[in-house]
Design a protein around this ligand. Sequence first.
Ligand code: SAH
Ligand code: SF4
Ligand code: F3S
Length: 454
Amino acid sequence: VSGQKKLFVKTYGCQMNVYDSARIRDVLAPFGYAAADTPADADLVVLNTCHIREKAAEKVFSDLGRLRPFHQAKEAAGGRMLVAVAGCVAQAEGEALRARAPIVDIVLGPQVTHRLPEMVARALRSHGEGVFDTEFPAEPKFDHLPPPVAEGASAFLAIQEGCDRFCTYCVVPYTRGAEYARPAVQVLAEARRLVETGAREITLLGQNVNAWAGEAPMGGVWSFGRLLRELAGIPGLSRLRYITSHPRSVTPELVAAHREVATLVPFLHLPIQAGSDRILAAMNRGHTVADYVRTVAALKAARPEMQLSSDFIVGFPGETEAEFAETLAVIREVGFIQSFSFKYSPRPGTPAAALPGQVAEEEKADRLARVQAELATIQTAFNQACVGRTMPVLFDRPGRHSGQMIGRTPYMQSVHARLPQAAFGEVRAVRIAAVGPNSLRGEAADVEPRDAAE
Ligand code: SAH
Ligand code: SF4
Ligand code: F3S
């Protein structure tokens, strides 16, 4: 393969897929594929898909339909457009995908990203019979992927993949496979390289990220807390985050890391999913509401400015109105400052899909609206409470007006401010002046920027 070729990658779903899409671009770059921002005229289109809810999975098929005219135009002009489906829909559907979408040339699961160039070469040689690989190889892909560089001030780093928890609603243990933790040496090397190439914030990724326990540099095993401490010592790194963690894996050692490691932001995405113990048990979450509330209390004791966000599922099979009301109650009790909430979506092959008492669509929609209203009230109040405070903001995007920049607080709030160009890509102290509909407005503050305190 040689010459300049156009690659279009579309990403669906979670941050892990964002990370994987960057790796897809990385593995193809040496073969002359340069990223394009439209599928028109592309030589290779990769859809990096998500299977978590029915809507996400169906979107892929409508997008494949929308690709067809581009595909035809390319062929009419004497060229060829290869179409690859990657990610969790690819893993879940495998070869069956081609029956619904014959336009697809390549189906590759999330664990074989490193094999994509060879699959592309095979697809180019073939006469449209399709190239498939949804293996979970014994040898991890991470050992074969090129070392990533930062694409901005905020970078993702996958340290763990897969999930062994088997929540009864969830496809992830099937699509991503068993838990795998990358060795500490690999994680540290990738983090250093990200910081050297401009990252100031690193978000560690994993489906069950705080379950990470990996091979230590000199043998033995490091805990997640230990890894955080080592990463925090990298010069030039201002902020460390991790997502998504499970309440069951918040150990006393991890709580201690939040007390002692200033680089860790005082903000944690810790999904509770529901506020009823009966529903949590039916979900196989492995924790009660009281366990969760205790964990939050420990985190807040360790780091008083700690705030939480969560994921919520409404209308899990058998959820009564009274049980749903307990979700509203726990939202008020914990005071989640922002969250994601979803209507329960039955997924093929998961135990919950076969449970009796599936909740009617209108009821789910109604509960979702009530959860979102509750969450919005708290979020607005928190944003209002930030006015007048000085907060550290990592600026990583130009604003719409000249001289304006956009950045994020430790709590992921968007902040617009006018600052000297040198602030771009750095953390600066900003006084929050006002709250807009989707963001905060800030002014440069004359103090040392510190993520550790406000
Ligand atoms: N590994 C992460 C993310 C899982 S998917 C975690 O464990 O939190 C992200 C969120 O999607 C989940 O937290 C859950 O709230 C939601 N989700 C998963 N399966 C779902 C389903 N079948 N229906 C609706 N929401 C679902
Ligand atoms: Fe899915 Fe549960 Fe694993 Fe999260 S912890 S990925 S919700 S099975
Ligand atoms: Fe979706 Fe797979 Fe992520 S199902 S949420 S892309 S792990």
